[in-house]
Design a protein around this ligand. Structure first.
Ligand SMILES: NC(=O)c1ccc[n+]([C@@H]2O[C@H](COP(=O)([O-])OP(=O)(O)OC[C@H]3O[C@@H](n4cnc5c(N)ncnc54)[C@H](O)[C@@H]3O)[C@@H](O)[C@H]2O)c1
Length: 374
């Protein structure tokens, strides 16, 4: 039996509990939240023990278990640090930390203690991303030249946000979301895929802005739009867009010599990958209007139905981490990869208007495909 414990019983914690249930060999020790009422409601809903203090989490955890830090981004550094100092492996919700100083501090502490520290998102370990990575390795569409990836969520401040309630009754924390910003919250969903498929980023040329002046009266809101051009060491170039302004669009398109590999949904592990071959018909050049579906052979991982805006198995990352610990190898989403993902994300978020080109100081190796995707 593998063991996890949750710190933070908010909106995302419900998605984790649903996801963890799809892996019966994983036991949830219990959950802690500094908000006692929230912890009580959450633990009653899921019928798991409430752990009133961090020390109660540490007391019951086996050394080969993983603590899931599901707190708000501003708390990630402190909570990740406390868990590492207590000698436990940590899975952190994204971002790993909100400054690179904090991220490096955590990375160094984990290395010094021989502990694993990884960060969400884990959709890169899911079927959709692994299928795209496989298609690129197999050269289905020929060499890739350019990626367009969009993480536009629609004009979110006008959405009925008060009605976005999780299964155990946690409201979607829009005040914190607007302050943290959609780039820090969401860029990782495609950045993680791009780094896994094309390797580390060399240069970020980005701009970010706040274009909606009043987001439900939230003061100190972060940028609500960012557009980045990413130059990879491998030679690939990608444009990544994040916003809570432009109409909902979560497409990713990899433009290759033989046509386009495209997917319409970032937050669906089962999203179909289509290959649209490039054609010449008389004097016209076009991509085939009907895509051919590219699939992996054989079973992949447990799928979850749609909950809110996502059909993702949030446990893929923690479960891969538990396996890595048991096998004595580094997990896929930890170490240098997690630090690099954090640096690229922050470079985009903080770009503003005039930063210009930013040379990345961190790097990482290529990510191993999942065994079922090789
Ligand atoms: N909301 C989503 O749809 C979603 C989806 C994927 C990932 N995430 C990520 O999950 C994380 C949590 O987001 P959320 O939406 O669940 O937020 P939330 O505000 O709903 O929940 C966070 C919970 O953490 C608790 N908490 C904060 N600091 C704490 C501390 N020091 N000790 C103990 N408990 C503490 C809060 O009391 C709160 O109940 C964020 O990093 C976010 O980026 C959110």
């Amino acid at each position: 039996m593998s063991v996890v414990a949750l710190i933070g019983c908010g909106f995302v914690a419900d998605l984790y509990m649903r996801s963890l249930a799809s892996f019966p060999h994983v036991r949830v020790l219990g959950a802690h939240d500094r908000d006692g009422a929230r912890m009580a409601a959450f633990c009653a809903h899921w019928k798991i023990p409430a752990l009133p203090g961090m020390d109660d989490v540490f007391a019951g955890m086996p050394r080969d278990g993983v603590i899931l830090n599901l707190t708000n981004p501003g708390q990630h550094h402190a909570v990740n640090r406390a868990c590492l100092e207590a000698g436990f492996h940590v899975w952190s919700e994204k971002p790993l930390a909100v400054t690179m100083e904090q991220a490096r501090d955590l990375h160094e502490l984990a290395v010094a203690r021989g502990l694993q520290l990884a960060s969400a998102p884990c959709s890169v370990l899911g079927e959709a991303a692994q299928t795209l990575a496989h298609a690129m390795r197999a050269g289905v569409a020929g060499p890739g030249r350019l990626v367009y990836a969009e993480l536009d969520d629609g004009y979110v401040p006008q959405a009925p946000l008060e009605e976005w309630i999780s299964e155990s009754g946690a409201p979607w924390p829009y005040v914190d979301e607007f302050r943290v910003g959609c780039t820090l919250e969401h860029a990782g969903y495609y950045l993680s895929w791009l780094i896994a498929i094309f390797g580390p980023v060399r240069t970020v040329v980005a701009a970010s802005a706040g274009v909606i002046p009043d987001k439900r009266g939230v003061a100190d809101a972060a940028p609500d739009v960012s557009v980045a051009t990413l130059f990879f060491h491998s030679g690939m170039v990608a444009r990544l867009t994040c916003s809570i302004v432009a109409p909902h669009d979560h497409r990713i398109r990899v433009i290759c010599d033989g046509g386009i590999l495209e997917m319409a949904k970032a937050w669906d592990n089962a999203a179909p990958l289509k290959f649209r071959r490039r054609l010449r018909i008389r004097r016209r050049l076009l991509e085939h209007p009907i895509g051919r579906r590219i699939r992996l052979r054989g079973p992949t991982h447990p799928m979850l139905g749609r909950r809110g805006s996502a059909s993702m198995n949030f446990a893929l990352g923690p479960v891969e981490m538990l396996e890595a610990i048991a096998q004595g190898r580094p997990c896929r989403l930890g170490g240098d990869y997690a630090l690099h993902l954090n640096e690229v994300t922050l470079a985009i978020q903080n770009a503003g208007e005039t930063t210009g080109a930013q040379t990345m100081q961190t790097s990482c190796g290529m990510m191993e495909p999942m065994p079922w995707a090789r």
